[in-house]
Design a protein around this ligand. Structure first.
Ligand SMILES: NC(=O)c1ccc[n+]([C@@H]2O[C@H](COP(=O)([O-])OP(=O)(O)OC[C@H]3O[C@@H](n4cnc5c(N)ncnc54)[C@H](O)[C@@H]3O)[C@@H](O)[C@H]2O)c1
Length: 389
């Protein structure tokens, strides 16, 4: 694994757990983690359960005792690490968004296609597909229970940078992150809605906004919970330009006939990690809220009007996706389980010789949507079609 902070910790937990929960055809060995700081990566290896710590990810790629590389770094290093790993014949799990721009994502999808010929597998970490209630929603759509999909309504709302004194962390710098709320959280709702509906976004009309244009420079490499830098009196010494969007909103048409709205923002005061999706079809509707991730709301318009109404399905039955391996019905699961499910599906695909989803091709298509959103926003919200993959 490369990178050992937020996603590194989430993935490590999943790698540690997956064979203990699921009966799988292969056993995970957590061989080594790579970071740039000897002391910190050594501490992380011990804490997260990796046998070794190395200070250059290239060492992981060149070793014979490593079969899979898990990329948990910011987007600016995804392409370089993935291409080197694939060239060395390693399977690759790469965090989302796949890359910082379409050219990098195309190169990664191309490398994945070449590697596939020798049985090498790739997957992008859109983990919310693996929330059981989301997988159930997908199943309901596939079974036709919602009928023809007319509306998709998706929001992903956070508020962690509403304070203008919050520092200029990597997520606010285009050269490191590619884009802001758009690629960080907008990418999730693009992938999730395309996955559950089976339809792809064909065109968009978008706007983006950056509310706070300059911010204090961070004291050190910092993540979501960074605090402002400054001298002992608390005065800020230096600021830098925010080069990404704080919020991205767009209308979309999907290729199966649905129309959609998307909103991704880090300025929704009071909303911490509010991902909500509602789908309206000719035969029913369904709604998912990440803050109540064990539940799916379902409205069945085919039952008599006197019994119609939104039903709260508690998605904890053994017949629900992924749940047979966990606890008795009603004993709920949480955020981290989506990563354990991600690793389960990846291991099954690698061991079974099939291609896991979302593939790098799927993730390239998400990148093309993000690109269309940025082009539309730059053109005064002009209607913009998504380029073909
Ligand atoms: N699936 C999800 O829900 C989800 C959630 C958060 C982040 N992410 C994605 O995961 C990736 C990492 O985000 P994060 O929140 O873990 O960030 P983070 O800042 O918490 O951690 C990044 C890690 O990468 C390391 N790093 C940076 N550049 C490196 C390099 N060149 N070589 C080696 N290590 C390097 C940092 O030292 C740190 O350990 C991003 O692509 C992000 O979009 C996904």
């Amino acid at each position: 694994m490369v990178g050992y902070a937020f996603m590194g910790a989430a993935h490590s937990q999943a790698w540690r757990t997956v064979n203990r929960v699921f009966d799988l055809p292969a056993q995970v060995t957590m061989v080594a983690v790579a970071g740039r700081d000897r002391g910190k990566v050594t501490e992380a290896a011990e804490r997260l359960g990796w046998a070794e710590a190395v200070t250059d990810w290239r060492e992981l790629v060149s070793r014979d005792d490593i079969d899979l590389i898990d990329i948990c770094t910011p987007g600016d290093s995804h392409e370089t690490i993935a291409l080197a790993a694939l060239a060395a014949g390693k399977h690759v799990l790469c965090e989302k968004p796949l890359a910082n721009n379409v050219a990098e994502a195309r190169a990664m999808a191309q490398a994945a296609a070449t590697a596939r010929a020798s049985g090498v597998r790739t997957m992008c970490g859109f983990n919310y597909r693996r929330v059981p209630a989301v997988a159930l929603l997908r199943r309901l759509v596939e079974e036709g229970r919602l009928g023809d999909i007319r509306h998709v309504r998706a929001t992903y709302l956070q508020d962690w940078i509403t304070d203008p004194q919050f520092p200029l962390v990597w997520r606010l710098q285009k050269d490191l992150a590619g884009s802001g709320a758009l690629g960080d959280i907008g990418a999730h709702i693009v992938d999730l809605t395309q996955y559950v509906t089976g339809q792809r976004i064909a065109g968009v009309s978008a706007l983006t906004e950056t509310f706070v244009k300059r911010r204090p420079l961070p004291s050190a490499s910092a993540g979501l919970s960074a605090s402002p830098a400054g001298d002992e009196a608390g005065a800020q010494t230096a600021t830098g330009e925010v080069t990404v969007d704080d919020a991205a909103l767009f209308l979309a048409r999907l290729d199966g006939g649905a129309v959609a709205t998307y909103e991704a923002t880090r300025f929704a005061t009071g909303r911490k990690n509010g991902l909500r999706v509602e789908i309206n079809g000719s035969l029913g509707s369904a709604a998912f809220d990440l803050e109540r991730l064990n539940e799916l709301e379902f409205y069945d318009a085919t039952v008599p009007a006197t019994r119609q109404g939104f039903t709260r399905i508690l998605v904890t039955e053994p017949d629900h996706p992924y749940l047979s391996a966990w606890w008795p019905p009603g004993h709920i699961i949480g955020y981290e389980h989506s990563f354990t499910h991600e690793m389960r599906d990846l291991i099954e695909a690698v061991a079974g010789g099939t291609d896991p989803r979302p593939s790098f091709d799927d993730a390239l298509q998400v990148q093309l949507v993000l690109d269309a959103v940025e082009r539309s926003a730059a053109a005064g919200s002009a209607w913009t079609t998504v380029d073909p993959a």
